[in-house]
Design a protein around this ligand. Structure first.
Ligand SMILES: [Zn+2]
Length: 61
């Protein structure tokens, strides 16, 4: 059976732990309306993606 040759240091152990943590979702900017929206997705504010209208977003009051 494989046995670790050295003790894993606190820093190394914690660095590995941090790689598995949860990350906050990334946000980008819409090129059309400038609102914050997730990247590589249709803008939820104006319905634009890659320079053209995809969805018709109804205006909420
Ligand atoms: Zn937009």
């Amino acid at each position: 059976m494989g046995v670790p040759k050295r003790k894993v240091s606190k820093a190394r152990y914690r660095t590995r732990r941090m790689a598995n943590r949860l990350h906050a979702p990334q946000t980008g900017r819409c090129a059309n309306c400038g609102e914050a929206c997730p990247p590589h997705r249709v803008c939820p504010h104006c319905g634009w993606y890659k320079g053209r209208q995809i969805l018709t977003v109804e205006i909420k009051k």
